[in-house]
Write a protein of this length. Structure first.
Length: 280
């Protein structure tokens, strides 16, 4: 729709940002609800981030999403952040408050859990241990969300063990750090397997992990969504495990920001998935 002088504006700050699917995601919801608003890509170099983020309230922005490589810097730039964002050490959603201050939250873990709940309604976080592969920024949000949702144990394994140990020390709770070489054995008795590494992504090597110890009732998910069906998901599905792809995590993590900026609670639908996926 045509923008008025009262249009509300939000965007996504990243570097590079041209591959971000967030403008498609929020653009779909803005059109769907006929909202007088816009959501734009905001390419911001790392050295310019601090100044750029301070400018958001001055430019009258409703807020912004923050993506690679700015999520940690965004935490430092906020006037106030949610306790969850502080624990994770990263902010992905900024809200400009009426007094000109910046509030930051992290909705990646919310997106992760909502995606699993929507994609596999029978799954319960409390049902059993979760094996989480990887210890990057995404893993931090995933592990915090699982523990907060009542998951009895997270078995965390990463190529660089120190990074997993650091994550476990930062978040606390029932996290067992497992050596990367022992990742196959860690699957025994698990209720959930999550890949948060870049392995399996288009252009990256596949994830080298035999699934035979994983219980048939375990849910398998990959936060990689290009390709939508990774080698891991295809192999899990072939042996009868329930699987949920990673696209929904992106879609669901956008919901709290959209509601804060534009005042409408958006839904994740098949039409939205198709629009965000597009032809790539
Ligand atoms: P994000 O913030 O999106 O999670 P990241 O911080 O770059 O991304 O983390 C990428 C994850 O993929 C890390 O867990 C990384 O392992 P290291 O901590 O050892 O780097 C993992 N990863 C990337 N390439 C890998 C590979 N070839 N083998 C095993 N793990 C790999």
């Amino acid at each position: 729709m045509m923008l008025s002088g009262k249009a509300r504006v939000a965007g996504v700050m990243g570097w590079p940002v041209s591959h971000s699917r967030s403008p498609r995601l929020h653009g779909f919801w803005l059109r769907e609800h006929g909202i007088d608003g816009a959501y734009v890509p905001l390419p911001v170099r790392p050295e310019d981030f601090a100044a750029a983020v301070r400018a958001l309230p001055k430019l009258g922005f409703a807020g912004a999403n923050v993506t690679v490589p700015h999520k940690e810097a965004a935490l430092a730039a906020c006037d106030e952040v949610s306790p969850l964002a502080r624990r994770i050490g990263a902010v992905n959603t900024l809200v400009c408050r009426p007094d000109g201050s910046l509030w930051g939250d992290n909705t990646d873990g919310f997106g992760f859990l909502e995606n699993l709940r929507a994609g596999c309604p029978g799954w319960r976080p409390e049902a059993g241990p979760a094996v989480v592969l990887g210890a990057g920024g995404a893993a931090r949000a995933v592990v915090a969300a699982l523990l907060d949702a009542g998951c009895p144990q997270v078995r965390l394994t990463n190529r660089t063990r120190d990074r997993a140990a650091e994550l476990a020390a930062d978040l606390g709770g029932a996290i067992e750090v497992v050596a990367w070489e022992e990742r196959r054995a860690a699957l025994a008795g698990a209720g959930l397997l999550v890949n948060t590494t870049t392995l399996g992504m288009t252009g990256a090597p596949p994830l080298d992990l035999a699934l035979d110890p994983l219980p048939a009732a375990a849910l398998v998910t990959d936060i990689v969504y290009a390709p939508l069906v990774t080698d891991l998901l295809a192999r899990a599905q072939a042996r009868g495990n329930a699987v949920v792809d990673g696209l929904g995590m992106l879609l669901h993590q956008g919901r709290p920001g959209f509601e804060a900026w534009f005042g409408v609670r958006p839904e994740v639908t098949p039409a939205l998935r198709a629009a965000v996926l597009g032809d790539a």
